[in-house]
Design a protein around this ligand. Structure first.
Ligand SMILES: [Zn+2]
Length: 77
């Protein structure tokens, strides 16, 4: 289900524990807004995605694109 290849050349870290399709609440994680994407959500009708730099519970850093409407992770980048 990792269908986010359009945003990333390679997975920056296989141990980064946030996954595509997961519901993501930026305020629960150490997330900082990075950039916006003009791209359709894979899971709902939203046409924009928000990119965040995040740190997971193990301290691994990564970047993800999430939907502001349904809060699901669309991609890692
Ligand atoms: Zn969505």
């Amino acid at each position: 289900m990792e269908q986010a290849d359009r945003y990333m050349s390679e997975d920056p870290s296989a141990i980064f524990s946030i996954h595509v399709g997961q519901t993501f609440k930026p305020y629960v994680w150490k997330a900082s807004h990075d950039m916006d994407f003009r791209s359709e959500c894979l899971y709902c009708d939203s046409e924009t995605l928000k990119g965040y730099k995040v740190e997971d519970e193990f301290g691994n850093l990564g970047r993800i694109a999430t939907c502001p409407d349904c809060d699901r992770v669309n991609a890692k980048y």
